[in-house]
Design a protein around this ligand. Structure first.
Ligand code: HEC
Length: 161
């Protein structure tokens, strides 16, 4: 399968200056994107996915470092005890979504045309997928040392795929 190419590239299909800077960050082993999202932007068949599953901190299992699941309504034990199901948060998994911490590495092809991101749509923008300053502690690539400019270049690069 060959991908037609993103409208965010130069007209001749080459990368813009910002996208070239972003490709450098993306392929930097200290950042690590390319480990799990392997591919070369010059290769129209590259998928930018390793076809493996990884724990990149996006699971919601209610333990240290993971977001808790709002909604005691799923907690039948709490309901039976007469606890207000909407009153507090319980670390109860939503069956089928929250029992795992590992998710398939998605392709980054045509990512400019789709959103929201991650298995549960919890990242609304491409920038949010690489914002490791919040809850994930550099579990999804190592980006917390990058400057704002480098993060923006990385987003520009992803839009070129
Ligand atoms: C350890 C492997 C790994 C590394 C390193 C990694 N990713 Fe990911 N990436 C994943 C997995 C797994 C998901 C899916 C997570 C989910 O669905 O909750 C993902 C999801 C994404 C998404 C969302 C795609 C979609 O369609 O929802 C983007 C964008 C992304 N990664 C970009 C990057 C960038 C940029 C970097 C480098 C800063 C990076 N990834 C580093 C494994 C990785």
């Amino acid at each position: 399968m060959e991908f037609a190419g993103s409208p965010f590239r130069n007209e001749d299909g080459s990368l813009t200056e910002a996208q070239k800077r972003g490709w450098k960050v993306f392929s930097d082993p200290k950042v690590g994107c390319i480990e799990c999202h392997p591919g070369d932007p010059k290769n129209p068949s590259a998928l930018f996915s390793d076809a493996q599953t990884h724990d990149v901190g996006t699971g919601r299992v209610g333990q240290d470092g993971f977001r808790t699941t709002p909604g005691a309504v799923f907690n039948t034990a709490a309901l039976e005890k007469g606890v207000d199901p909407y009153g507090e948060e319980y670390d109860v998994p939503i069956i089928g979504l929250d029992l795992v911490k590992e998710f398939d590495t998605p392709t980054l092809r045509d990512i400019y045309a789709s959103g929201t991101y991650f298995h549960d749509g919890s990242a609304e923008t491409l920038m949010a997928t690489i914002d490791n300053t919040a809850t994930t502690k550099d579990m999804h690539g190592i980006t917390s040392h990058l400057s704002n400019q480098e993060l923006q270049d990385l987003v520009e690069f992803m839009k070129a795929l």
